[in-house]
Design a protein around this ligand. Sequence first.
Ligand code: CA
Length: 524
Amino acid sequence: MTDPLYIRMHPADNVAIVANDGGLAPGARFADGLTLCDRVPQGHKVALVDLPMGSAVLRYNVPIGYALKDIPAGSWVHERLLEMPAARGLEGLPISTLRAERLPPLEGYTFEGYRNADGSVGSRNILAITTTVQCVAGVVEFAVKRIKEELLPRFPNVDDVVGLEHSYGCGVAIDAPDAIIPIRTLRNITLNPNFGGEVMVVSLGCEKLQPERLLPPGTIQIVDERSVADVGISADAALDVVCLQSEHHIGFMSMIDSIMQAAVLHLEKLDARRRETVPASELVVGVQCGGSDAFSGVTANPAVGFCTDLLVRAGASVMFSETTEVRDGIDQLTSRASTPEVAEAMIREMAWYDAYLQKGLVDRSANTTPGNKKGGLSNIVEKAMGSIVKSGTAPISGVLAPGEKLRQKGLTYAATPASDFICGTLQLAAGMNLHVFTTGRGTPYGLAEVPVIKVATRSDLARRWHDLMDINAGRIADGEASIEDVGWELFHLMLEIASGRKKTWAEHWKLHNALVLFNPAPIT
Ligand code: CA
């Protein structure tokens, strides 16, 4: 790509982003005659017309800011020239006004998955060891290493062994109302479909989060057969707990022996499982973005949005999240809600998060990073408009509060912070069996519990990180592929990866981020 090129997202926009690798120098002339008066880095905005002081700067046909001084056509429009608009109030929003036509069903697509007793389907066959408290993390890590070395080779159908380590469990105000969030997150992660219902717990003994509190008897819920059911622990089955403070343990090695003995029983059951052909509707996909740039909302996120529509048409479950990155598009979301109840639930989650941020004396604008700005995103409004397109065009048919488990098909708004690790952890708790992650600045993000497919927004990133990025959506900006092409490519790759026929680069290199719980409750 040598000719100067800009990308305008909407005919009404008065700014566009520079597409060329390395940006463009002053004097660069676009096909329509517009000439740059400043150097403009790649992904940054150029004024298409003269923007008088105080006028609205439009991208995605939305005011992303107001000019702080006169900005001549051809100028670099960066965040220091813009006053950010106030957040849209949560009153008087359009409620379920968009009667989105039901998308035509997409039939005949399948993958090879692990069917669980309750009907849910895993994309991997993993032994997860649940921990009640951070105190046991070192012991569990030691045991997991030995299980992998000494036991796993005997169970070739088991993909991996993972210790569900976290920083919660004690030293926390466990009776605070918001403590329900980290507790149900841990509970629901334990029940993720990729763990096959084989629940084993390692506890210290004296911690606040006792095993029975984490996984009370009868944690199973019976749900109607149309929905994504819980992986259950039967009400009468005793919870399998190794308690390190138990008097049976004499010395460290006796603890390791106990964990390994328990692991063998679960590994035997997991090893007996086989993949079977299941419809694509069994996919439970969580989408998020991280390390975003101005191309995120031009290439990767629209391609993910197209794929989201394909998944919804195939009857699958898709979650989009990241409250601070959709807050500025709340009117788009409430109008797309399939029912007024869904719209009200969305408003409830936004209001909760507004209050949460206010307690910390910040607002949603605390979201953007130095890297976002370097990548051309001036503020959270611009970032949100690009982030929200991951949700495609389907009606939003459900809302989850943080840490809740997904119980339905279609498109759901799973309320989570935008923090990559916390969003991933909460989507894991919701029951995802596949994760899609778009990035423009680049991040090696991965999870041990589910495959993470990473989509690069720019070809330059995809070339430099050729063994970390799974799909290059930058080809859209290069004019080499359409949004639909990349959306379909992602859809087909999902079926390959969910079937275990392919691995993601993060799986290949075993790049795993920590589980990070969202704990809005006090620490003691
Ligand atoms: Ca994120």
